[in-house]
Design a protein around this ligand. Sequence first.
Ligand code: MG
Ligand code: MG
Length: 252
Amino acid sequence: MHPKTDKEITAIRESGHILATVRDLVASNIAPGITTKELAAIAERELKSLGGEPAFYGYMGFPDVICISVNEQVVHGIPGGYEVSDDDLVSIDFGVRYKGMITDSAVTVVAGSQSKLPGRIRKLMRATEESMYAGIDEVKAGARVGDISHAIERRLRKDNLGVVRDLVGHGVGHEVHEEPEIPNYGHRGKGPLLKANMTIAIEPMATLGGDQVFVEPDGWTITTRDRSLSAHFEHTILVLDKGFEILTESTT
Ligand code: MG
Ligand code: MG
């Protein structure tokens, strides 16, 4: 909630660069035949070589460095022996701590050849990513959290997608989750006021079915109740006086 200092912003910018580098490397390795644990090992190795620390490892007891959630799994999947197959929707969600500052970003990738991807999956992917950018476009000092929430929900509803309500975006920086909560639904003009130099994570989670989710017996993985496919995109954003800076933008 509190604006970050110039020194903290310099560090969180570096944290975001490291995160983007690792996230994009992991994403580029998502292909049929690789296991989610092997993807996590790639993340761990690359992050170590860049000098960052995994922000999720041990957070509330999470057992790995990265969350990998496949198909009807929405978020918080634990890497393991699952072997990715053609047309799987693989969501990776990653957090980096560098010089004490945390960034958080997620992306959903289709494994295998995308050419024969069904239109409804294409729509899910595109709309979820576009809803994230619709939310980001609302960011500036003086805007309200509800402006972001409303823009995300509006884009997702346009394609009749389920909008997951049990999980939300959030402030980020010193901790993985800080105030304020940033729901992916809501009303323009409502909610906390954004101030310059706040850092927030905007992360729509959408489904091809309903809004309802449940926690798997592993205690972590969040899955759609109706087993519909799900997508998740997230960036960490710096609030500026007249707009925003995406701290976890791809570096390529
Ligand atoms: Mg995340
Ligand atoms: Mg997050």
